[in-house]
Design a protein around this ligand. Structure first.
Ligand code: MTE
Ligand code: MO
Length: 387
């Protein structure tokens, strides 16, 4: 109760700073998590192992959870995933092509795109493989993306009733089907309805800076509410197709395979990774004298509440910071941890959305029956040593 009150006051202070002339972006970046003078951060006892060599090209710049202390994740702390190369693109020779089942194919330069209406969205982007491996536990970040809405561009191209919109990056690699190998660009598709109705933007800015090269310079799709893989980077081609697109990242990779019961037999059900799932994680524990505090984030759906469990104790309600208007951004939560006993403790969080859905436990069937590592939104438990 008291901590809730304190949090609110901190946030109001920052809120009035915004009115005093700081831009919203600056105040959000400056807004640290609820902090107390002289507090120290206790590092987690269960640090993730290093990224294995085989994945070290694909996954880069994973932050330490303890080091995240602002609502917006600074670009320097934002993870990067690239399955092929990370192309270095000269914006002067770059252009975006819109073609396929359209009456009016378009070719837009970066200047053309920047001259169009600007829209910003704060969106927490998570790799669907996050928490699918012991070493991949911080492939998530929250940024304010700026760009131009996608739907009006598709309207201008006059889509002729295609069914899917396919987004291509300029990065490429060899893909094999049976014994045939062909060079392909990274690509993901979305139904035409999703592409037209979503609040997706073609983004050229991240937290007020031009899109950093590892995050897709000069342009990427930002599809709020969708897992990272849908947010195609180094975007240079959008095609409208009449048939389902079956590229690697739709149909062979980023496929969630679950074993489910059907009439007493177990069947394997495969689905393509799509929309974000309800999730939360403890981020850091701080200590001021003997007063401990647990701070974390919750995302993937509008967050109604977050609960925290210490060891096998009761679930306790966390205070949630609601000072930002943000449909697709994570919420920062905190609980004060009164007089923990010395020794190692386990901390677990679970998020609840406004429909009453609860983030699943690791033992719940939707997680326990999962056979591939994507969409790992089970409850996260961390370990911490109290002295
Ligand atoms: N062109 C292209 N876009 C891509 C990828 C890629 O390999 N190539 N990886 C996707 C995946 S799997 C994720 S999780 C996000 C990561 O975005 P970030 O690197 O900005 O954090 O980018 C997506 N967009
Ligand atoms: Mo990803």
């Amino acid at each position: 109760m008291q901590s809730d009150h304190l949090l609110r006051r901190d946030f109001l202070t920052y809120g009035s700073a915004a009115f005093a002339g700081l831009t919203v972006l600056r105040s959000s970046l400056a807004r640290a998590f609820p902090a107390r003078p002289g507090e120290e951060v206790i590092r987690w006892a269960d640090q993730p192992p290093p990224v294995p060599d085989a994945a070290s090209g694909v996954v880069q710049n994973l932050p330490k959870w303890e080091d995240l202390n602002t609502w917006l994740t600074p670009n320097e702390q934002f993870f990067s995933v690239a399955h092929y190369n990370r192309p270095v693109i000269d914006e002067k020779s770059w252009a975006l092509e819109i073609s396929g089942s359209v009456a009016r194919p378009l070719r837009l330069t970066l200047g053309d795109i920047k001259a169009r209406p600007r829209r910003e969205v704060t969106f927490t982007l998570e790799c669907s493989g996050n928490h699918g491996f012991p070493w991949l536990t911080s492939a998530v970040g929250n940024a304010r993306w700026a760009g131009t809405p996608l739907a009006p561009i598709l309207e201008e191209a006059q889509v002729r009733g295609g069914r899917e919109v396919v987004f291509f990056g300029s990065d490429a690699g060899e893909e094999q089907v049976r014994d045939v190998k062909v060079r392909q660009n990274f690509a993901r598709s979305m139904s035409l309805a999703d592409a037209m109705s979503s609040d997706s933007i073609l983004a050229y800015e991240m937290n007020g800076a031009p899109l950093p090269q590892p995050n897709g310079f000069p342009l990427r799709l930002i599809a709020p509410g969708w897992y990272g893989v849908a947010n195609v980077k180094w975007l240079d081609r959008i095609e409208v197709h009449d048939t389902p697109f079956m590229g690697r990242f739709m149909a062979r990779d980023y496929v969630t395979l679950r074993e489910e019961q059907r009439d007493g037999t177990v069947v394997g059900i495969e689905t393509s990774v799509g929309r974000d799932r309800l999730k939360s994680a403890p981020a850091r524990v701080t200590r001021q004298g003997g007063q401990y505090r647990i701070i974390g984030m919750a995302w993937g759906a509008p967050i109604a509440k977050v609960e925290v469990q210490i060891d096998d104790g009761p679930w306790m309600a966390a205070s949630i910071d609601r000072s930002e208007e943000a449909d697709h951004a994570w919420r920062v939560w905190s609980v004060d941890w009164e007089r923990p006993s010395p020794g190692e403790h386990r901390i677990t969080s679970r998020a609840v959305d406004f429909q009453g859905n609860v983030q699943p436990a690791m033992t719940d069937s939707g997680i326990a029956n999962k056979r591939t590592y994507w969409e790992s939104n089970g409850q996260v438990t961390r370990r911490v040593q109290v002295s």
